[in-house]
Design a protein around this ligand. Structure first.
Ligand SMILES: *Cc1c(COP(=O)(O)O)cnc(C)c1O
Length: 415
């Protein structure tokens, strides 16, 4: 179900017209739907209910503590990639025992913080990382729970920048070396082997690649078992895609049913790390048209949001639907490049879009809930946007728009 819909000629977020949100909080502003987030999470939960399982929401997709808190209330776990993300989860009331820590470059102090917090496991990506983790755990007189991130060498058929499961990627250890890495881990005193994981990429719109990856991991687990290494969980990563344009990814429950069919041992705990598929279509970026510039054959709509607010269009060549908040049903449409005020040609939110636009109009950039605000920056010394969460007929400012003084907080002029 879509929670951003037109009623008469006005676009709504759940039961609130976007014009009201813009009036109260200004633009640019990210708007999220609580119901949309919860519905996606529950779709995963439902499909996994019959087995031991844990959904570890990938915090990097959208790390606002209000959103983490909503998921924590549902019982979610979390996948973090830094000490900062772990701190956010704890601040949001998440249970550290349901946290897995991923990432190729974990530092000693991050390991220490995570061990003290008592996380569920470290997804370890290399042998040197195993040794460092063993040392840090030794200093704290504890055993670090580890899962090895295996690179199953499957092609996820997605954008090269978000494909992570091929041999040539920096992530994980190759499936051929995995046995050696597990043996190394088994020989280290302060490590406790608990599971195995993989994450093959992002915005994957069919189940095939995950099924392939899972089959390879299951075969590896059988080999490990005969070598005396027994694993308690299998983590199939995240990566399920969403509809931005005309993609037709499976629903999370269908995806889970198809992938977990490969896991015949019902006693093994299944972990997943979805990010985009939970929050992606639960958010839009709301922006105001500042100027309309009609330059011969090309029309530009210059808006108050920019690539610092939403970098996906230029970074990944991503296409995101752009809707007029007020539908102009009878007026003719023209093609516009929707661009921001930043001094870069790459500063666009959408190219060649058929719209009816006048200055002062509001536009909604759809599917912006994942890798939107989380990837935003202060480039051009622009303050970062406000974030608003809508719950039925209520709206909450879950992050204030930044103030100008915050831009140079911590900076110092020479004496
Ligand atoms: C980014 C990431 C995820 C989440 O990916 P989505 O495509 O947003 O579901 C999960 N696990 C790891 C290790 C990641 O790096």
């Amino acid at each position: 179900m879509n929670y951003f819909t037109y009623q008469q000629d006005q676009l709504y977020a759940e039961k609130i017209p976007f014009v009201d949100i813009a009036q109260r909080f200004g633009t640019p502003c990210y708007v999220y739907s609580r119901s949309a987030i919860e519905q996606q999470w529950r779709s995963y939960e439902l499909a996994l209910a019959s087995r031991p399982h844990l959904i570890c929401y990938a915090v990097k997709a959208n790390s606002n503590i209000a959103i983490l808190n909503l998921l924590a209330r549902l019982g979610s776990g979390f996948d973090v990639v830094s000490a900062g993300e772990l701190a956010r989860v704890i601040k949001a009331g998440g249970d550290p025992r349901k946290v897995v820590f991923s990432g190729v470059g974990k530092q000693a102090q991050e390991m220490e913080m995570a061990l003290r917090a008592g996380i569920k496991c470290f997804n370890v990506e290399s042998i040197p990382e195993l040794h460092l983790l063993n040392t840090v755990a030794g200093q704290l007189h504890c055993k670090a729970p580890v899962s090895i991130r295996v690179n199953p060498d499957v092609d996820a058929n997605t954008h090269p920048y978000i494909s992570t499961g091929l041999k040539e990627n920096k992530f994980g250890v190759g499936i051929e070396e995995a046995e050696t890495v597990y043996r190394t881990a088994a020989g280290l005193e302060h490590l406790q082997i608990t599971g195995i994981d993989c994450h093959i990429g992002s915005q994957i719109t069919s189940t095939g690649p995950h099924i392939d990856a899972t089959r390879r991991i299951i075969r590896l687990m059988a080999r490990l078992k005969s070598a005396g290494i027994n694993l308690k969980h299998i983590d199939i990563g995240g990566g399920l895609g969403i509809t931005y344009a005309d993609e037709t990814p499976p629903d999370p429950s269908v995806f889970i049913n198809e992938v977990t069919r490969e896991i015949t041992d019902d006693s093994i705990e299944v972990l997943i790390e979805p990010g985009r598929s939970i929050v992606g279509n639960a958010g839009v970026l709301l922006t105001t048209v500042l100027y309309v510039k009609e330059a011969g054959h090309k029309n530009f709509a210059i808006v108050d949001a920019a690539m610092n607010d939403l970098i996906r269009p230029v970074l990944y060549d991503a296409w995101q639907q752009i809707l007029s908040v007020r539908q102009h049903i009878s007026s003719p449409k023209r093609a516009y490049d929707v661009v921001g005020p930043i001094c870069e040609t790459g500063d666009f939110l959408g190219l060649d879009r058929m719209l009816t636009i006048a200055s002062g109009d509001l536009l909604a950039i759809c599917s912006a809930g994942a890798y939107g605000f989380a990837m935003s920056s202060n480039y051009n010394s622009r303050t970062r946007a406000a974030e608003v969460l809508v719950d039925q007929d209520q709206m909450y400012e879950i992050r204030q728009r930044e103030h100008i003084e915050e831009l140079y907080r911590g900076e110092q002029i020479l004496p």
